[in-house]
Design a protein around this ligand. Structure first.
Ligand code: CP
Length: 326
């Protein structure tokens, strides 16, 4: 495995899930796999879970993790090509990436969408620069359009808690004061479409996600109808993906608090579990009563971030040790 962006990069989902449960049961069984290997975890944006779970996963595998916060620990990096660097960016990514790569075996990158230029974001420009100039396996730690480590952890959590063979899983948009990227819902949709679940997406009109990620999923604009008999409710805010109107890309189209997941929403479900990737804005995305209630999975979901990251790093190390690395 030399990259982890999409669900297709993990291969067979049943196999990935059984590997995940093996890793969860015996996290230190592959302690020698990462001996003398280093993973560089590069953060252009803030993180709590991704930063800590990636380090923990690397340590479980015997690897040395190094965390680099771009702009605070390092020089500010220029990512645009052919630019006169007379602003506040002191170093270009074309030098920085090969230098970073020379110090490690695997690179993880967090680089959020700027939400200004849809074409630039949806081309995964920064992540692809790490592939082009780094020559090392690359993991998206939430990039412009995807958050695969989160979606894999979400799938592991659903597999652990599902009561029926094919649960109904509903991804619901919810209000937020800031414009957020689409990476989490994109990846969640992509992974749920590949999983044995009955998947429904609900959001106000104008928030249609890119069909590249949602194709095959049912879209239901009536949130209450979508939530009927759900086994899992996955709440998330995202800004306008610009699918129906590219001029609105990255904008907030609605702050309708009627979409906040509360007890009335959960009451129409099949006693559903509540999920969110965190961090979450309480009483914007979800009411205190739901997130603090007995059906909230937000903490086990976050704990599974170590498991998903460890499976991905384990596979990359196995490829490197077999001489299949790039
Ligand atoms: N869910 C998630 O990626 O959390 P962080 O942004 O804190 O890493």
């Amino acid at each position: 495995m030399d990259k982890f962006f999409n669900v297709s990069d993990i291969g067979n989902l049943d196999k990935a899930l059984s590997e995940a449960f093996q890793v969860k049961k015996t996290p230190y069984a592959w302690k020698s796999l990462g001996e003398n290997r280093t993973i560089m975890l590069v953060f252009f944006n803030s993180s709590l879970r991704t930063r800590l779970s990636s380090q923990k996963a690397a340590l479980n595998l015997g690897m040395n993790p190094i965390v680099l916060n771009i702009g605070t620990d390092s020089w500010k990096l220029e990512t645009s090509m052919g630019i006169v660097m007379d602003g506040d960016k002191s170093e270009h990514i074309k030098e920085a990436i090969p230098v970073i790569a020379s110090y490690c075996d695997i690179i993880g990158v967090r680089s959020f969408a700027g939400l200004q230029d849809r074409e630039y974001d949806y081309a995964e420009t920064v992540l692809n620069q790490f592939i082009e100039y780094g020559g090392k396996p690359v993991i998206s730690l939430e990039s412009a359009t995807v958050h695969p480590c989160q979606a894999f952890a979400d799938l592991i959590t659903i597999e652990e808690y599902r009561k029926v063979a094919r649960p109904k899983v509903v991804l619901s948009w919810a209000p937020h004061p800031k414009a957020l990227p689409q990476a989490v819902p994109n990846s969640f949709a992509q992974w749920m479409n590949a999983a044995p679940v009955d998947f429904v997406i609900t959001h106000p009109r104008g928030y249609e996600l890119d069909p590249k990620f949602t194709a095959g999923a049912r879209i239901e604009y009536d949130q209450m109808k979508a939530l009927e008999n759900a086994d899992f409710v996955y709440a998330k805010n995202w800004s306008c993906p610009g699918v129906t109107d590219p001029s609105k890309y990255g904008q907030i189209l609605s702050k309708d608090m009627g979409w906040t997941i509360d007890d009335a929403h959960m009451a129409v479900t099949n006693d559903a579990y509540f999920m969110h990737c965190l961090p979450v804005r309480r009483n914007m995305i979800v009411s205190d009563s739901v997130i603090d209630g007995p059906k909230s999975l937000v903490i086990p979901e976050a704990a599974n971030r170590v498991v998903s990251a460890q499976v991905v790093m384990k596979r990359m190390l196995e490829s490197l040790n077999d001489g299949e690395g790039i």
